[in-house]
Design a binder for this molecule. Structure first.
Ligand code: AMP
Ligand code: MG
Length: 399
């Protein structure tokens, strides 16, 4: 049995990085950048007016009211090219270029048009007032995003502004999902006596997609070693990663490990000091990664988030591939396990002071996916200890 940290180290060490490809920016959400994003121009590209009003030399308005001669206009898309001299002003619109000579913009509300050619500036304009200086947001050549950053919706405008209609990203890992168990039937079926629906495959499909993978769900493998071997070999031909659920324990009908061994896979670990998820298997065959997760849906979720997701993100070159850590106060006793570290799904709330609170979910066991459906995070309970109300615990946020 190895600690979770050791298992994670092995998984990361054995995970290869995929090749890159170029995709349209609007197809890039969730993908990991394989290139740096660099500003190809200053932003703003010129001194920009933030307001509708008059561009002035601030000195001219010191003793406001001041009557200035209107020598032109500067509008968005067509700035005023001349220079403003003493006693002159230019009508300017929001977003337009501030003409040379001007160092401030006075808002239209603080002006009064005297006649066609003259305007009265009613309030003194301070230098730089209502102007965003050229390159104040970013300078040409500056780096905006690094390789390894995951593209989010909020980044799109920033990337799009600098000539990246297409971006280089890491290829999506191809993930095959294989549920084992003679008792498992498709979710569209009504289970007969002794049968249950296959909730694991669809759960892994959506978790995998969220982690950036392209997923294929294989037909359910019964507890039949020759069929299992066949399905594993076929799956590995077409995928980078295979996730098997169930059949990893030592029951008479647990064939995942025997099948992997007979196929010649290298098994790196098969027991982790973890609850839930002790019998998790990690192996490699023909350079492909294989995860054998315990059959219980909650164990599947926890071990996916701890190990599989990490590998999927690492493959895509992500700089952050672990779950985000945090601290929260425990609201009631949460029991740990003897000889194993626990990573238990919990929901989070905030108390009246705004502190983050861990609320334990009522688990009747690692099969309780109904309780799991309310989980926001995993709380870490070190082996042979319990968390008591008021304790500050380490949590891992679920993505
Ligand atoms: P196993 O690890 O094969 O012994 O399975 C442990 C428990 O998880 C058993 O109660 C199984 O019925 C359940 N289980 C296994 N595979 C699935 C699945 N694909 N969907 C839902 N439950 C499953
Ligand atoms: Mg089974």
């Amino acid at each position: 049995m190895i600690p979770v940290s050791e298992a994670l180290k092995i998984v990361k060490g054995e995970t290869f990085i995929l090749s890159s490809e170029t995709v349209d920016l609007n197809e890039s959400i969730g993908r990991i950048l394989a290139q740096e994003i660099i500003a190809d121009m200053d932003l703003p590209p010129f001194d920009r007016s933030q307001m509708d009003g008059f561009a002035v030399r601030s000195q001219d308005t010191e003793k406001a009211p001041a009557k200035l001669k209107i020598v032109g206009e500067s509008i968005a898309g067509k700035g005023f090219d001349g220079e403003i001299k003493t006693g002159e002003t230019v009508r300017i619109m929001t977003g337009a270029r501030v003409p040379s000579g001007a160092d401030a913009v006075q808002i239209i509300e603080l002006t009064q048009r005297a006649d066609e050619n003259f305007v009265e500036i009613l309030g003194a304009a301070k230098p730089k007032q209502n102007i965003v200086k050229r390159a104040a947001e970013i300078k040409k050549g500056e780096s905006i995003f690094r390789k390894g950053e995951r593209i989010t919706e909020n980044m799109i405008a920033a990337i799009a502004s600098f000539r990246y209609a297409r971006v280089k990203v890491l290829r999506k890992p191809k993930v095959a999902i294989l549920a084992t168990g003679s008792e498992i039937v498709d979710i569209s079926k009504t289970p007969k006596q002794d049968q249950i629906r296959n909730s694991n495959s669809i759960m892994l499909e959506v978790f995998g997609k969220k982690a950036g993978a392209e997923t294929t769900v294989l037909p359910i493998a019964g507890d039949d070693i020759s069929n299992l071997k066949l399905q594993i070999s076929e799956a590995l031909k077409k995928s980078d990663v295979l996730i098997i659920t169930g059949g990893v324990s030592v029951g008479d009908y647990d064939f995942t490990k025997p099948a992997l061994r007979e196929l010649g896979a290298e098994i790196f670990f098969e027991k982790v000091s973890l609850k839930p998820g002790k019998p998790t298997v990690f192996a490699k065959l023909g350079g492909k990664l294989i995860f054998g997760l315990p059959g219980n849906p909650v164990s599947v979720a926890v071990t996916f988030f701890l190990f599989v997701r990490t590998a999927l993100l690492k493959m895509q070159g992500a700089e952050n591939c672990d779950l985000k850590k945090g601290m929260a106060r425990v609201s009631a006793t949460i029991k740990g396990a003897k000889g194993r570290d626990s990573y238990l799904p919990v929901s989070l709330a905030t108390d009246e002071k705004g502190n983050l609170i861990v609320e334990s979910l009522r688990f009747s066991g690692s099969s309780n996916f109904i309780a799991f459906s309310r989980a926001d995070a995993l709380v870490f309970v070190p082996q042979n200890t319990s968390l008591e109300a008021g304790d500050i615990a380490e949590i891992l946020y679920l993505p």
